[in-house]
Design a protein around this ligand. Sequence first.
Ligand code: PLP
Length: 286
Amino acid sequence: MSTSREPGRTSGESAEKAQATRTAALSIAGLDPSGGAGIIADLRTFEALGVYGMAVVTSVTYQSTIGVLGRYDLAPDVVSSQLDALFSDTPPAAVKTGMLGRADTIAAVARALEEHEDWPVVVDPVMQSSDGKPLLAVGGLEAMLADLMPRATLVMPNVAELEALCGFELFDVSDLRTGAYWLARQGARGVLVTGWRLEEEGTDYAADLFFDGADFEVFKTPWVEGLRVHGTGCVMSAAVTAHLARGTDLRGAVELGARAVSLAIEGAVAVGKGIPCANPGAISGS
Ligand code: PLP
């Protein structure tokens, strides 16, 4: 006997449940087969925050928790075809971009989003893995600035990514503000500089600097020395995207995203021989 339920054979209450709509968010990012980063981490984060997750793959990476061995970037028209199919049917309430791999893929993604000006777009400007492997081809940085920044509701670089985007070194908080301001001038509505170390009255914090185009604000959690966790940028940007999809305003989504990634780091799981992975399961309901 088959236990599978066929479409059209549900009845009464279960039919209503089957038709219930759910807020959807979309991740346009790379595949990390270990599940620690990329679209798998994004989908798990969306789900943990009660948002239906969709994903468009840009690149297949070969990696484990030990490190990145290589990548195969999909052709831009393969990415466009995925987006076209999805957008003709299932409009997401918010979108995030992660690893895009190539300059022409960035241009294709920006083109596809052009027609949907009202969708919030969170850009995680992924450039390299934490073990130093390139995840963005030559020319990608320029494409991010020219094509994606004008479409970004929020761009979330870490300090190294912000330095690469701005083209100047950042030494202190005042520099980070200058960098965030510069990035906003490229068209991003909001900027969040993630995960830098802030020392205040003898205590170290992991801090995130938020610039909404007018004001700066710092969100902070205690700094944990020597802590290395895979996939934190992905989980944080997916959490911000999920909260935007649920209708939270930008500042609120950033604050909730920062809280979510702290929980995912606290609950990090050692699934392999390498570094632990951020665990979206630990943020459920936050
Ligand atoms: N692999 C993919 C597909 C990613 O999207 C990312 C980060 O965004 C990484 C790897 C890098 O993760 P980590 O910074 O933890 O090395």
